[in-house]
Design a protein around this ligand. Structure first.
Ligand SMILES: Cc1cc2nc3c(=O)[nH]c(=O)nc-3n(C[C@H](O)[C@H](O)[C@H](O)COP(=O)(O)OP(=O)(O)OC[C@H]3O[C@@H](n4cnc5c(N)ncnc54)[C@H](O)[C@@H]3O)c2cc1C
Length: 315
């Protein structure tokens, strides 16, 4: 009865969140005295797959002809491999939100999302999870034979445990309910949900004409741009950039909030970020209580200076 981890990839590569999930799965496997196996979907080369071995995965089942947007076949394949597993671990990504509930129904296994603790009692499946937009922590015991867990990004460190890793590749073509005939990403921009760095701005920027410096800073740092809700409501920025309770939830390594007050509804979607930086003229702004670093200052002074310094370092 192994621990199965869904090794999610983006354009053929694994990200830190996948290695976090693998490290978490490996810790759970140690606690339950078993081993860690993984399922990977999409065309991933062997050297990339072998990176999972660094985090304690001993067997990988790679399905080159399933895309992760194919939720039906993804859940069928995962369910097959989960037959001999006690727990199935995901990172709490968009993809996990689509696949994990299907898997839960197929396996009749309890699903815990946004988990932030190790197993608290190895005789039963008791864990802590974030609830109510991360404003509360819930302790839950799952009473089913298997448990499905989505791990909150940045809640656990990646932990290496080099292990001999065996790869089984499956090139089977799966019957699909739909076909992707093309996809377009926003002209060369980094996707918000996948970005490691996010530069976000709010009403403090006064108008859409002032976003040039935000875009420049984002480009320099290879970051995605985001905004607060009122900014997208007024039409200064597209709705796809709105983050928060009613927008996208993001968990990058670095979230920079420029001219954003830090309302709870905004923080609900960003407070899983590893490091948060706030730039605000108001020393009483709520964001400073949540941020790891704060700059009390005018965005129109601070951001251009930041750009200048980053350019110097880059040169
Ligand atoms: C049900 C509900 C759901 C919501 N969902 C969301 C959500 O998902 N996401 C979200 O963002 N909001 C959401 N909101 C709105 C939220 O409550 C806040 O109103 C909103 O986040 C405020 O946006 P803001 O910080 O950009 O603007 P403001 O509150 O106007 O803050 C602007 C900030 O900029 C600072 N500032 C001004 N000038 C400068 C300058 N020159 N340089 C630096 N700083 C400056 C000010 O000091 C201030 O702190 C929701 C509200 C409700 C009721």
């Amino acid at each position: 009865m192994s621990i199965l981890v869904y090794a999610e990839s983006w354009e053929g590569k694994f990200k830190k969140s996948t290695f976090e999930a693998a490290s978490y799965a490996n810790q759970l496997a140690k606690d339950l005295n078993t081993d860690t196996i993984a399922v990977s979907l999409g065309n991933i080369d062997e050297s990339e797959l072998l990176k999972l071995g660094e985090y304690g995965v001993s067997k990988i089942f790679s399905y080159s002809n399933i895309t992760k947007s194919d939720n039906k076949n993804s859940s069928i394949v995962l369910a097959n491999h989960a037959k001999e597993s006690k727990a199935i671990i995901f990172s709490n990504t968009f993809s996990a939100k689509m696949i994990a509930p299907r898997l839960s129904a197929k396996l009749k296994a309890g699903l815990l999302s946004n988990v932030i603790s190790k197993i608290l009692n190895s005789n039963n499946f008791t864990f802590q999870r974030q609830a109510f937009s991360s404003k509360a922590i819930e302790t839950v015991t799952v009473n089913t034979e298997k448990v499905i867990i989505t791990v909150s990004p940045n809640a656990f460190e990646v932990k290496t445990n080099p292990t001999n890793c065996e790869i089984t590749t499956n090139d089977e073509n799966f019957e699909n309910q739909f076909s992707i005939i093309g996809s377009e990403t926003n002209s060369g921009k980094i996707s918000l949900s996948e970005a490691e760095i996010v530069i976000s701005a709010g009403r403090g920027l006064k108008g859409p004409e002032n976003w040039g410096m935000i875009e420049e800073l984002a480009e320099l740092l290879n970051a995605a741009t985001a905004c607060s809700k009122p900014v997208s409501d007024i039409g200064w920025r597209p709705h796809s950039e709105h983050v928060g309770q009613t927008g996208k939830a993001v968990a990058p390594n670095l979230y920079v909030a420029v001219g954003i007050s830090g309302a709870i509804q905004h923080l609900a979607g960003v407070n899983s970020s590893k490091v948060m930086v706030a730039i605000n003229t108001d020393p009483e702004a709520a964001f400073f209580k949540a941020a790891d670093y704060g700059v009390i200052g005018d965005a129109f002074d601070v951001v251009p200076k930041l750009i200048e310094e980053i350019k110097k370092i880059k040169n």
